[in-house]
Design a protein around this ligand. Structure first.
Ligand code: 2IT
Length: 444
């Protein structure tokens, strides 16, 4: 595979789309070996076909705020690849949302979804709508306006959205409601729904729980135990919440959470009601964690990231490129054992390179955070069967899926010296599944 040629062509067509180009380069650079072992891939231009989204919908979202003023946002849905199943992926509402961000997320989603063992293709959507400080009525009107456009492009067997940053059960509820009204059908077209209308138990916890099941296996495979380990978590949203719950249950101690305003350090451990307080913080829509420090009398470090704290395990749970080269150096200097990306593309390429060089146990987002979308897949199954499983049933299936993802990473990522390159393993395993499906279905 001629990576530079592919990257140059992509860059020419999508100039300046940094995150998208970063995600593509990472995958291509880890699959070259296996790609070159299959000359039929090259002949069918699998790489060139895989790096371009199937299609992108861009639409205007006009809505009226509480003052009666008209606001205009942009909405998108990137349908990237559906070779192995219906398009599937979250919707992000954040002021930073651009096409580059959604293309990177949609691209990552292809491989992540392939790893889950379930039949789901890759997609992502969102808007530059900023939920910070918005009233419930404003959020509802925005979600409805967003859906008035999006509904015609999605469906339970074509494209099934879910939540992501800025989109939780409330937003999914408002969007699903509008879809149901316009499409005149009750189907599982969204996942992450409330329990009363087809949602799945454990879906809210699933990304964090799955992340910890994965990290636990990574540690065990390397001969360590998670019990008694200290953990730095970034973020304070749904993902950080689930991760903190499961980490504590497994006997580890979570000492940080963070927001756009800085991080809090709680040396006694963020557990019990303190974890539940994260939910209050999020629901306040202020997007800050400083009130935690005031409430529990612990230090707050304004404008800083938690990666400067000495911990055994670092779990980025916030957003892309939130852990850079300097952060990686700090963590390594402090003797970090394991870094698990529960956010999508949480680490920069320079940071990952350092982790691999220093043989840190590094798990990439598309494997570590796949429990979220995997449980979305389980929600789709329950909807299709018109039944609901118990929390124990869903949790057992999630555990099993994370274990299978881990096994795939080990299979394709183990190096001759025994070190497991989970990034390579995840990319190769995800790629092979999708590439084989594309080959079998012809040039489309
Ligand atoms: O990044 C992700 O995997 C998600 N936001 C969840 C996607 C989903 O369809 O559940």
């Amino acid at each position: 595979m001629n990576i530079e040629k592919i990257m140059q062509a992509l860059e020419a067509k999508h100039p300046g789309e940094q995150e998208y180009l970063q995600a593509v380069r990472e995958v291509l650079s880890t699959i070259t070996e296996v790609y070159d072992e299959h000359p039929e891939f090259e002949k069918a231009k699998i790489a060139e076909r895989l790096v371009e989204p199937d299609r992108i919908f861009t639409f205007k979202v006009p809505w009226v705020d509480d003052r009666g003023d008209v606001q205009v946002n942009l909405g998108y849905r990137v349908q990237f690849n559906n070779a192995i199943g219906p398009y599937k992926g979250g919707i992000r509402f954040h002021s930073s949302v651009t096409l580059s961000i959604l293309k990177f997320l949609g691209f990552e989603q292809i491989f992540k979804n392939a790893l889950t063992t379930l039949p789901m293709g890759g997609a992502k959507g969102g808007s530059d709508f900023n939920p910070r400080g918005k009233s419930d009525g404003e959020v509802m009107r925005f979600c409805q306006a967003f859906m008035v456009e999006l509904w015609r492009y999605i469906g339970p067997e074509t494209d099934v959205p879910a939540g992501d940053i800025g989109v939780g059960a409330r937003e999914v509820g408002y969007m699903y409601g509008m879809y149901r009204k316009l499409a005149r059908e009750n189907t599982g077209v969204f996942t992450g729904k409330n329990l009363e209308f087809g949602g799945s138990l454990i879906r809210p916890e699933a990304t964090g729980f799955g992340g910890l099941y994965f990290v636990n296996q990574v540690l065990e495979t390397a001969g360590h135990s998670i019990k008694g380990k200290t953990i730095a978590i970034s973020g304070f949203g749904n993902v950080a919440w689930g991760a903190a719950l499961k980490a504590t249950e497994l006997g580890a101690k979570v000492v940080t959470i963070s927001g756009p305003d800085g991080y809090v350090y709680d040396e006694n451990g963020i557990s019990g009601e303190k974890i539940e307080y994260m939910v209050d913080l999020r629901l306040s829509c202020n997007d800050i964690v400083a009130p935690y420090a005031d409430k529990y009398g612990v230090p707050f470090f304004a404008g800083r990231r938690p990666w400067e704290v000495k911990v055994d395990i670092a779990l980025p749970c916030a957003t892309q490129n939130e852990l850079n080269e300097q952060d990686a150096r700090n963590l390594i200097q402090n003797g970090v054992l394991c870094v698990g990306e529960i956010s999508n593309m949480g680490c920069t390429p320079e940071a990952i390179e350092l982790f691999l060089e220093h043989k840190v146990l590094y798990g990439p987002g598309k494997a570590v955070n796949a429990g979220g979308v995997a449980t979305s897949g389980l929600e789709m199954t329950q909807n299709a069967m018109h039944i609901s499983w118990t929390a124990e049933e869903v949790d057992a299936k999630l555990k099993q899926i994370m274990s299978e993802i881990h096994a795939q990473c080990v299979r394709y990522g183990r190096q001759p010296d025994g070190y497991i390159n989970y990034m390579k393993g995840a990319n190769v395993a995800g790629f092979l599944k999708v590439a084989k499906a594309m080959m079998a279905q012809g040039v489309l």
